[in-house]
Design a protein around this ligand. Structure first.
Ligand SMILES: Nc1nc2c(c(=O)[nH]1)N[C@H]1C(S)=C(S)[C@@H](COP(=O)(O)O)O[C@H]1N2
Ligand SMILES: [Mo]
Length: 520
C-alpha cells in the first residue's frame, strides 16, 4: 500500500484549512463583521437552548466563545479529513462535503443583521480554495495508487521505494506550501482587520468641538412622499474609490503637508486641525461618472476647516494655478487653485452629517469643494496638498483620459414616478432633484410626451451648493407616457439637451422616465 488513509486525511485537512484561511482573509480585508466560521458559531449560540448557553457561559466565563469556535473548528476539521478520505474513491463525494459546509456557512452569514450578497464572497472564495487545493493535493496520491495498482497486477509485489519517496516528497511539499500561503493570508487578513477595527472604535468615540448635526432647512423639502431625501444619510451615500482596501488611519497617525509653491510649507496634525475654527455647510457631491438620471450624487452637512485660510497662511507663490492632492492610498487629483482660495468654502472636512467621517468616506480628513466633480477635488484620506502648476503634473484620472478640470455640469432628474411605475390617470404629481452647484437652480421644467415645457415648484434650501427638490403636476391620460425634465441655473443657462457620455468631463442631456397611467 503506497498511500495511507492518513495521507488522504491530511490532504482533506490541509485543503480545508487553506479555504478557511482565504475566506477569513477576504472577510477581514472587506471588513465584513467577521469570518463565516464566527457567523456559524453565532448561529450555534442562537440555536442552543438559552439555559444551556447560560450554564456554559457561567462555567467557562469569558472563554465560552473562543471555546465554541474551537469546537466548531474541530468539527469542521473532522469533516475536512473525511472529505479527503472520500476523495480516494470519487471526485464528487468530497465536493459534496465542501458544498454542504459552505451552504451552512452561507446560511449563517445571511442570518447576521444587515448581511447582503457581498457578505457571501468569503464563503465562495473558501469553497473555491477547497476544491482547487484538494485537487492539487490528491493528484500525486491518485497517481501513486494507479502506479501501485499496475505494479500489483504485474505481480511485482514489493516496495517501490524510489517512487514512494518521490510521491511523498511531492505531497509534503504541496501540503507545506498550501499551509504556509494560507497562514500568511490569515496573518495578513488579521492585521488589516485589526487596524480597521481599532480605527472604527476611535472614530466612534471621537467628539469634535464645533461640529453640529445640521438641520435640514424647512424650505428645502417639497411635499411629495416618495421623493429622494434632500439629506443623504451616510450609509446611503454613494462610494467611489480606487483603493481595494480602504486606508484605516488613526487620527493620531494623520498629518497633512502643504508643500510646493508656498512661502511657508506646513505640516499640520489632526489635533491642530480640529482646534481651528470649524466651518459647516451643505454640499452636494457628484461623480463625473454619473450618467444622466444616475445616482452617483449625494448631499450632506459637512464640517471642517476652510482651505482658503490655510492656503493664505502658507503664502501661495506667484504663478501657481493648481493644487495636487495626494491621498494616503496614493490616489491623486488636480484642483484649480482658485477653487480652493475663492469664497466658495472649500474645506478639509472632518465630519459628515454631524459624525466623524465614515472610514469609507475618507476618515479622518477629506477635501470637499462645492461645484467640482469628486475626481478633481474630493480627496479622501488626504495627506498632502502640493501647490503647483497644471502643466507640471498629471493626476490619477487625467492620466487615464479624463478632463483636467471638472466643473459639475447642470443636471436634473425625475425620481417620481419611478421607471416603469403605474400611476392613476388624471392629475399626476412628478418630483425629483436638480443641481448646479455654486450657481444655483433658478427653475425646473417638465414636459409630457414631447409636449410643451411646464414650470414646476422648486424648493429653496437657502444655498446654491446643493441639489434642490422639485415637484409638479400634469394632467395625464390613460396609456404609456414619457416625462422629461430640464433646469435653468441662476445665471440663466438652460441645461443642454446635447447628450454626452460621462467621459471625459461629465454626462449631459435631459433625463426622462417612462411610466403608465391606468384608470383605477
Ligand atoms: N483617495 C481617494 N479619494 C477619492 C477617490 C478615490 O478613488 N480615492 N475618488 C474620488 C471620486 S471619483 C469621487 S466621485 C469622490 C466620491 O466620494 P465618496 O466616495 O465619499 O462619495 O471621492 C473622490 N475622492
Ligand atoms: Mo467620481
Amino acid at each position: 500500500m503506497r498511500t495511507s488513509r492518513g495521507a488522504w486525511s491530511v490532504a482533506g485537512l490541509v485543503a480545508g484549512v487553506a479555504g478557511l484561511a482565504t475566506s477569513y482573509c477576504v472577510a477581514m480585508v472587506m471588513t465584513i463583521r467577521d469570518s463565516p466560521v464566527v457567523a456559524v458559531v453565532e448561529q450555534v449560540i442562537k440555536l442552543v437552548p438559552g439555559g444551556v448557553t447560560e450554564k456554559a457561559i457561567r462555567l467557562l466565563g469569558a472563554l465560552d466563545k473562543p471555546l465554541l469556535v474551537l469546537v466548531v473548528l474541530l468539527a469542521i476539521g473532522a469533516a475536512f479529513a473525511w472529505a479527503g478520505r472520500l476523495a480516494r474513491r470519487s471526485w464528487w463525494r468530497p465536493l459534496l462535503v465542501y458544498v454542504v459546509l459552505a451552504a451552512v456557512g452561507a446560511a449563517a452569514v445571511l442570518r447576521q443583521r444587515g448581511a447582503g450578497a457581498v457578505d457571501l464572497l468569503p464563503v465562495g472564495v473558501g469553497l473555491g480554495t477547497w476544491v482547487v487545493a484538494l485537487t492539487v493535493l490528491v493528484e500525486p496520491l491518485r497517481r501513486a495508487e494507479l502506479v501501485d495498482a499496475a505494479a500489483t497486477e504485474r505481480d511485482a509485489a514489493g516496495d517501490l521505494p524510489a517512487l514512494s519517496r518521490h510521491t511523498r516528497r511531492g505531497f509534503v511539499l504541496r501540503a507545506g506550501l498550501l499551509t504556509a500561503v494560507g497562514g500568511a493570508l490569515a496573518v495578513f487578513g488579521r492585521s488589516v482587520g485589526q487596524g480597521r477595527r481599532a480605527v472604527e472604535k476611535t472614530r466612534r468615540l471621537l467628539k469634535l468641538d464645533g461640529v453640529t448635526e445640521g438641520q435640514v432647512p424647512v424650505r428645502a423639502r417639497v411635499d411629495l412622499d416618495e421623493i429622494t431625501p434632500w439629506r443623504t444619510p451616510n450609509d446611503d451615500f454613494y462610494l467611489i474609490h480606487t483603493a481595494l482596501v480602504v486606508p484605516a488611519i488613526a487620527p493620531t497617525d494623520w498629518t497633512l503637508r502643504i508643500t510646493g509653491m508656498v512661502d511657508r510649507p506646513l505640516e499640520i496634525t489632526y489635533a491642530e486641525l480640529v482646534q481651528r475654527e470649524i466651518t459647516e455647510s451643505w454640499v452636494t457631491l457628484t461623480c463625473v461618472s454619473n450618467e444622466v438620471g444616475g445616482d452617483l450624487v449625494g448631499n450632506a452637512w459637512w464640517s471642517g476647516v476652510r482651505l482658503a485660510d490655510l492656503l493664505a497662511e502658507v503664502g501661495v507663490q506667484e504663478g501657481a494655478d493648481a493644487v495636487k492632492q495626494t491621498s494616503d492610498d496614493g490616489w491623486t487629483c488636480g484642483t484649480p487653485l482658485e477653487a480652493l482660495t475663492d469664497d466658495r468654502g472649500a474645506m478639509l472636512a472632518v465630519a459628515m452629517n454631524g459624525r466623524p467621517l465614515p472610514v469609507e468616506h475618507g476618515f479622518p480628513v477629506r477635501t470637499v469643494v462645492p461645484g467640482l466633480y469628486g475626481y478633481v477635488s474630493a480627496t479622501k484620506w488626504v495627506r498632502e496638498l502640493e501647490v503647483t502648476r497644471f502643466e507640471d503634473f498629471e493626476a490619477y484620472w487625467t492620466g487615464k483620459g479624463w478632463a483636467e478640470r471638472g466643473p459639475i455640469k447642470l443636471a436634473s432628474r425625475v425620481d417620481v414616478p419611478r421607471s416603469g411605475a403605474e400611476v392613476l390617470a388624471g392629475t399626476v404629481r412628478f418630483g425629483g432633484v436638480a443641481w448646479a452647484q455654486t450657481t444655483g437652480v433658478a427653475a425646473v421644467e417638465i414636459a409630457l410626451d414631447g409636449g410643451a415645457w411646464e414650470p414646476v415648484e422648486v424648493a429653496d434650501p437657502g444655498t446654491d451648493d446643493t441639489w434642490v427638490q422639485w415637484v409638479g403636476e400634469l394632467d395625464v391620460e390613460e396609456g404609456e407616457h414619457v416625462v422629461r425634465v430640464r433646469m435653468t441655473d441662476k445665471a440663466g443657462t438652460v441645461q443642454t439637451s446635447v447628450e454626452a457620455a460621462p467621459a471625459p468631463d461629465g454626462a449631459s442631456g435631459w433625463h426622462e422616465r417612462s411610466f403608465r397611467a391606468v384608470s383605477s
